[in-house]
Write a protein that binds this ligand. Structure first.
Ligand code: GLA
Length: 721
């Protein structure tokens, strides 16, 4: 009986939508430079027929052939390759067919155009809406999918991609970013071969560690900074993700992105909407410099909280003191921060817990009261003291976690993710709280709220998340364990949503045991992120370089620490290419180094606007030469800052000249090396001289003098003539 009804509904839908697909529709999504086109075929299905440089004449999109590239590939009917969506219906039917019903394009504002395309199953009451926001000026497209149905009982979804992109080329080169703790975002580039390549993670609380949800896909040949056709994409999701690349028998490529379906079958209730994470991508046929600048502009305007506002420089105490500090030490560090000239002092781990003191990472996590021995006068006193000394005060928390040695663990065993009938499994001696439980969400919100209410003046938070989920089981989710990974991230976002309603502009650093959370899903709520616990400047060159492909400099926290045996100047120069901070015991520096650091902060204050809001040009990659050279140029092309770091040097090695980029050829610029160590002279070619932008871009400068491990920072200032 139910089958007959379904078939009748299906026939009705076919008749209803038949009139729509009789004339194939062409749906055009455009930014300033990119065109993405969908077309229907006579069979009523929707196909992607173009992604590339926008056509000059829109009419010509009508001439595009429709290839066999279904826009959102359903499973269980005719498809033989990796599907985007897989669904089990109430009657046990495991198939889906998706037919175009309508599309709508509206202007969100002057810059953003929203396009929604609705698809329906002709037999079952299932609807899929494909959403696209095209950011004109930034050349970014953000896309996501909403899945809903009106069957009587929940349907079972085992795949739920955010997006499918079809590419057609002779060769495909994938640039991916992999790593581990303290070795984040190592770039690896390979030609894709037939079959499937998957980049994914199954970490639960974070997306990044072994693999990072960002990639370049170069067409025909491997792109470089200034040439080559490529797509750059990233998934805005702070949990398990999957990026899947399938090269088929015709050498066509599909990129399917979304939440990782691993252990995540989703029971979608009638009328409930499954909203997938956003997949954010851009395209260029001028190389990867272009796509990075697109991402940076978009991040400033839309992707990162308060992206156009200034950030604070800071002194952190983690590397300097670890857990070992008291009020006296901290207040002396406030003075250090003030003398250094930074904006803020950031108190890290170890300030809380009493019954089980937090003197190492084995206990106390979860007990968010000031430790009475270390901080007898409380946080409020510290905030005031910092203010007195002329710096703001910020604080570290790790609110989603608990040590078994804690009062929280004793009071709320039911608030913890752990398997029944099995031993607890630890990472950094801790467990993850069950954030899917609304009571836990209240608790986590209350940690931030409590700190802010009790200690007026707290100006900054570092939000950490030091472990992934293992042996994961949610006491709250009961029979819906397969929702854990999805609901955990949703719960994290909903807590952040609440925090942002009450504290819309409080700067919060996103940290996850180094760079475990570095994604645009979370960065909507955060102002910056911690890219890695590895602060050895040599390592940081590669790490910061890797993140720079997708994230702007102001968001990448770069601290000067005691890691690495390079000179202080090298460390500071590396930190300057991002959002500079210090995490070092200044008392342990020589007076000369201390004075140099003070001077460096002053100089950074002069150039930070160009670094944070300028256009980035990566000039020499550390993956290609034994050095890295990059520059930032402001909007008016009047000011630029160039950074150069040698990473290794062979005997008698001569580095070639470097041609600068992004300048105005007609303008004249004075070259000034800055951040020189006291008592040293600049050996930079052309220092103090004026050159045309044309000369600097055509002939370039010889930047690196001979010698080992050098670093250099110089400015280009337009001269009025
Ligand atoms: C993580 C962070 C560090 C520091 C420690 C404190 O490892 O990445 O920066 O905050 O936790 O325990």
């Amino acid at each position: 009986m139910r089958k007959t009804v379904n078939i009748l509904i299906g026939l009705f839908l076919i008749v209803l939508s038949g009139s729509i697909w009789a004339a194939p529709s062409v749906i055009i999504i455009e930014t300033q430079n990119i065109g993405l086109v969908y077309k229907t075929k006579d069979n009523g299905r929707l196909y992607q027929s173009y992604l590339g440089q926008k056509f000059q004449n829109r009419e010509e999109y009508n001439r595009l052939p429709t290839e066999a590239s279904e826009a959102y590939i359903p499973s269980g009917t005719t498809n033989l390759f990796e599907p985007a969506i897989q669904m089990l219906h109430n009657d046990g039917n495991p198939s889906l067919d998706l037919i175009f019903t309508k599309s709508e394009t509206t202007s969100v504002d002057e810059n953003i155009t929203s396009t929604t395309i609705w698809l329906k199953d002709p037999v079952y009451p299932v609807e899929v809406a494909l959403h696209f926001w095209a950011y004109r000026n930034e050349d970014i497209i953000k896309t996501w999918t909403e899945i809903t149905h009106h069957e009587k009982n929940p349907v079972l979804l085992s795949r739920f991609a955010s997006s499918v992109i079809h590419v057609s080329s002779t060769q495909y080169w994938l640039s991916q970013f992999h790593g581990d703790w303290a070795s984040e975002v190592r770039m690896e580039e390979n030609k894709l071969t037939s079959g499937i390549k998957v980049i994914d993670s199954k970490l639960g609380t974070r997306e990044n560690m072994y693999q990072t949800p960002m990639f370049f896909l170069s067409c025909d040949k491997l792109s470089d900074e200034v040439s080559g056709e490529l797509i750059a994409g990233t998934l805005a999701w702070s949990g398990n993700f999957q990026l899947l690349f399938e090269v088929d028998k015709n050498n066509s490529l599909r990129i399917i992105s979304g939440m990782n379906p691993f252990a995540s079958e989703y029971k979608l209730k009638p009328d409930e909407k499954l909203i997938t994470p956003e997949f954010i991508f851009t395209y260029s046929n001028n190389g990867r410099g272009d796509v990075s600048r697109n991402f940076h502009r978009w991040a400033r305007n839309y992707g990162i909280l308060d992206g156009t506002q200034p950030r604070m420089t800071l002194l952190n105490n983690w590397e300097a003191t670890g857990f070992n500090f008291d009020e006296k030490k901290l207040t002396s560090m406030f003075a250090d921060a003030a003398n250094l000239g930074v904006d803020l002092f950031l108190l890290d781990d170890g300030w809380f817990a009493n019954k089980y003191q937090r003197n190492d990472d084995e206990s106390g996590l979860g007990d968010w009261q000031e430790n009475k021995e270390k901080l007898p006068s409380g946080l409020g006193y510290l905030v005031k003291e910092a203010k007195k000394q002329g710096v703001k005060f910020g604080i570290w928390i790790e609110p989603e976690m608990v040590n078994p040695k804690s009062e929280l663990y004793e009071k709320h065993p039911d608030w913890i993710l752990k398997l029944p009938n099995r031993d607890e499994t630890y990472f950094r001696h801790q467990l993850v709280l069950d954030l899917t439980n609304p009571e836990v969400q209240d608790f986590v919100f209350g940690i931030v709220d409590g700190i802010m209410i009790k200690n007026s003046g707290v100006a900054y938070i570092k939000w950490d998340c030091n472990r992934m989920i293992t042996s994961g089981y949610s006491p709250y989710l009961g029979d819906n364990q397969s929702h854990l990974y999805i609901n955990y991230v949703r719960a994290f976002y909903s807590v952040m949503e609440r925090i942002r309603q009450k504290y819309p502009h409080l700067p919060i650093m996103l940290c996850s045991g180094g760079g475990g959370r570095t994604d645009y899903g979370a960065l909507k709520y955060f102002t910056e992120f911690w890219p890695s616990d590895n602060t050895d400047p040599l390592e940081r060159i590669y790490i910061q370089w890797g993140y720079s492909y997708f994230f702007p400099a102001f968001a990448v926290c770069s601290h000067v620490t005691s890691w690495g045996d390079q000179y202080l100047k090298y460390k500071i120069d590396v930190a300057m290419m991002g959002k500079m901070g210090f995490d070092i015991d200044l008392d342990k520096l020589t007076e000369r180094d201390r004075n140099f650091a003070v001077d460096a902060v002053r100089q950074y204050d002069q150039i930070k606007d160009v670094i944070w809001s300028g256009d980035l040009y990566r000039l020499v990659s550390p993956y290609h030469e034994n050095r890295a050279v990059l520059m930032y140029v402001d909007d008016q092309k009047s000011n630029a800052v160039v950074f150069s770091y040698t990473t290794y040097r062979r005997y008698k090695e001569e580095f070639p000249r470097v041609r600068l980029q992004g300048l105005s050829p007609e303008k004249a610029y004075r070259v000034d090396e800055i951040d020189l160590y006291p008592g040293t002279q600049s050996k930079l070619e052309g220092n103090g001289q004026v050159f045309s932008g044309d000369y600097l871009m055509q002939k370039g400068l010889r930047i690196d003098p001979k010698g080992a491990m050098n670093s250099k920072v110089f400015t280009l200032t337009q001269i009025n003539n």
